[in-house]
Design a protein around this ligand. Sequence first.
Ligand code: GLY
Length: 570
Amino acid sequence: MKKILLILSICFLVIQCKKSAPKTTILETEDHRTYGILADSAMVVSAREEASKIGLAIMKQGGNAFDAMVATDLSLLVSYPFAGNIGGGGFMVYRLKDGKTGSIDYREKAPLKASRDMYLDKKGNVIPNKSTLGAMAVGVPGTVAGLFEVHKKFGTLPIEKLMQPAIDLATNGVVVTKHQARMLNAYRPLFEKANKRTILLDKEWQVGDTIKYPALALTLTRIKDNGRDEFYKGKTADMLVEYVQSLGGIITKEDLASYEAQWRKPITFDYKGNKIISMSPPSSGGICIGQILKSIEPYNINQYAHNSLEYVQLITEAERRTYADRSEFLGDPDFVHVPIDTLLSPYYLSQRMSDFNWDKATKSTDITYGEITLPESDETTHYSIIDQFGNAVAVTTTINGAYGSKVYVKDAGFFLNNEMDDFSSKPGEPNMFGLLGAEANAIAPQKRMLSAMTPTIVEKEGKLKMVIGTPGGSTIITSVMQNILNVLEYDMTMQESVSQPRFHHQWYPDDIKFETTFDSIIFPALRNKGYNIDQSNSRIIGKVDAILVLPNGKLEGGADPRGDDSAEGF
Ligand code: GLY
């Protein structure tokens, strides 16, 4: 009876909310749980309402999750230039309706003219901003190659149909939201600095203004008409190379012509009977959430209250050790050997946690990477899609920093990434996320820089359970991991989960970063044990967009309230 009442009250609320629903609808139900938007068959959760709606419309027309991926991605390029892109790269993890899983890597690559010390001065010091702002920061983009490769393998609708909504959006314009106005206006001085000229976006934006992107509409139309080679060998390639070189960059036509996306085997591991499927190197995401979750698994974390002292302590210590390993061992698997099996083995992880002490923080200075003796085998965006056939995709895509390198390809209408900063410019020197790196992530021509992107799918007893991911640079891994725990260990709905305050530790700096919304009640006890606390500014940690398959088979969207994120379903 209770269940029936619950379902009725959800239906009532859905109908009520449909009348006024602006973006994501939050449902307060009789069981005092907060649900995100619910759907029977298909759903898209992304950083922008326009993109989620366009992806969903493609599935309504009979397209599958991979078709919807192409349409959603290109709509984010137009509606969310902060991170949506064709000038960057990304990763996609999928699970087909028959349970087969896989992933694709369309991460950017270092240009052929890149070299190990390209960001160092004559004295061997890192040159400030060279790897983050302007043309030298740009890696060879992979997004167009990735989308076309996905479409070739799994798409069912013609590519023209998938690209047209983004072309229309660019032609008709996108309405500026409060978040967007704030970000565009804040980054204006850097747009001018990186481009040495004004760009289309260079004006004071007000909420409600409409931005039209005519040059981008033409670029997308050329790609639609000429295919992926338009971007890598055609007029668009010429425009990109000419512009980057005019600003002192090193990308050549050969770099673009030789770019290929790679299908890769995802990282999979078991967490208490749940199969976690996530991205393999060159992303650190899958290995790192694997290391953190497997390190805490023996402690039975749900005996501690959510976000309690013990909860934060245990996770922090697992994160500290994981990020130390990340910095030493992880890099592009086409260039370096990554000891995946050892890094994820329960024996190795129990050794790593063996000096964890409940009474006292471990100091990061006392932690280094683990011993592996045997060779063995701020800004990004994520969207999650499940289609009406049961296929699921988790996609995280990036131009790295906000608006990437800020280089906006003249006459082609899109930003280029500053992904080169994800390499280790110099061992022991932090990148813009404060992450340290070593030899495994040193710069080399055509190498892919290490990423933290963690598009992830969770399966329980052979059935799809969750599709999840987030932006957030180095905090991506820990945000995804906390949301997996929220649902699996603390029985939260997807919306409750993504709305929780989050925290983060990454070995160095030796601080636990807390969102300002995190309850400070546990801070005195943490300080007593020797933990440094950083709640110094209003930065948010991640913007998680996820879908949960409820026990009754319905899909629940979790759209992060930290941004303009939106769930759409049918
Ligand atoms: N650029 C952020 C990442 O790939 O981790």
